[in-house]
Structures are given as structure tokens and as C-alpha cells.
Design a protein around this ligand. Structure first.
Ligand code: TMP
Length: 205
């Protein structure tokens, strides 16, 4: 079976992380090797950049460029070797997050990102992207309930996350074959069933 690249997206607090384990377990249950990773991060250098991106004050364009720098390393050191070896890769976020957060949320010019995307991964797109869609007010309550100190993104206000959410939904509407939207207000069990169904339908053929 051809290797697959699956990404999970959504605003902070949408609950995607707890579902990634279920997706990985489903793939492994078919005897398929799978690499679970995340962005920003996924490599020793990428994790250092993640620490800076989440906690260090910086210019918004620095933030955008560091996201792509971390991604370049991630592709070279982790994603591409895994796919070439026949493994599947499941990543908690990828380039759709940059369009949602840096373009939608921060308001940076989309055209610049098309150029960066073409530079960093001209021939690779996820085979499947699952967007966990949730009302930012509900997501904010979930984050507050988790009781952890908010990072640079989590500290943003509701209108920022409204813009991020809208940008994700626009991307889903523009590429419905690749990007599937999951209603993250459902129970964890309902979400897991829906996402397993989508993975089976799109990836296990
Ligand atoms: P996480 O909390 O889902 O692991 O993601 C870390 C944060 O980084 C999250 O708030 C979204 C943000 N982010 C961007 O702003 N742009 C990107 O390209 C990526 C990958 C993440």
C-alpha cells in the first residue's frame, strides 16, 4: 500500500491531540508502520524552534519564517525519509496551520506564503487533512479548564481564533477532496468513529 501523509488541524483547544492517538492505533492495527509527529517541532532543531515560537516575543514575519524553517527541517529529517521507507506519517499540524494562523489570524499576505510553500515542499501535500472545527468560545473554555499557562497563541483573543477558524474553513471549501471538517463539539467517541471512517474511506484503498 502506498504510504500516506495525514495531518490534523484546528484552533487551539479543539481537542485534536487526543484523537491523534486513535488514528495512529487504527493504522498500526493494519500492520502499517506509522510515524507520529508535530509542527512546529518533530526534530531536535524543530523542537527548539517550537519553544521559541510558543514563548519568545517576536516580529510576526519572524514567526512566519521560523514556522517554515522548522517545516523544512521536519520534511528533510523526518517526513520525507519516513514516507520514502513506506511508513505513514501522522502530523499534528502542517502548512494549513500557517495559512490559518499567520494569514488568517495574523493577517499576513497570503501570496508570500504561496512562494514559501512552493520553495519548502513543491511536490508534497498531505493525502488527507482533518480539521477539528469548534466555536472559539467553547475551545477557550476547554483551554482554561486544562489549567496550563497559555502560550503566545493560546493567549490570543476570541476574534483571532474566529479568523483562524474562518481561514481553515475556507481552505476546506477550496479543497474538499483532501480536507475534511470534523465537528469537534461532538463527544470524543463520536469524533473517533467519524475520523476512523474517513481514514478507512480515503486512505485504506
Ligand atoms: P499545538 O499547540 O497544536 O501543538 O500548536 C502550536 C501552536 O503553533 C498553535 O497555537 C498553532 C501554532 N502554529 C502556527 O501558528 N503556525 C503553524 O504553521 C503551525 C504549524 C502552528
Amino acid at each position: 500500500m502506498k504510504s500516506r501523509f495525514i495531518t490534523f488541524e484546528g484552533i487551539d483547544g479543539a481537542g485534536k491531540s487526543s484523537q491523534i492517538a486513535a488514528a495512529v492505533a487504527l493504522i498500526q492495527s493494519r500492520g502499517i508502520p506509522v510515524v507520529q509527529t508535530r509542527e512546529p517541532g518533530g526534530t531536535p532543531l524543530g523542537e527548539k524552534l517550537r519553544e521559541l515560537l510558543l514563548h519568545e516575543p517576536m516580529h510576526l514575519e519572524t514567526e512566519a519564517l521560523l514556522m517554515f524553517a522548522a517545516r523544512r527541517e521536519h520534511l528533510a529529517a523526518r517526513i520525507q525519509p519516513a514516507l520514502a521507507a513506506g511508513a505513514w506519517v501522522v502530523s499534528d499540524r502542517f502548512t494549513d496551520a500557517t495559512y490559518a494562523y499567520q494569514v488568517g489570524g495574523r493577517g499576513l499576505d497570503e501570496k508570500r506564503f504561496a512562494a514559501l510553500e512552493k520553495w519548502v515542499h513543491p511536490h508534497l501535500q498531505p493525502d488527507l487533512t482533518l480539521i477539528f472545527d469548534l466555536d472559539p468560545q467553547v475551545a477557550a473554555r476547554r483551554l482554561a479548564g486544562a489549567g496550563q499557562a497559555p502560550d503566545r497563541f493560546e493567549s490570543e483573543q476570541a476574534d483571532f481564533f474566529e479568523r483562524v477558524r474562518a481561514a481553515y474553513l475556507r481552505r476546506a471549501a477550496a479543497d474538499p477532496a483532501r480536507i475534511k471538517v470534523i465537528d469537534a463539539a461532538q463527544t470524543p467517541d463520536e469524533i473517533r468513529k467519524e475520523l476512523e471512517q474517513i481514514i478507512v474511506e480515503i486512505c485504506f484503498q
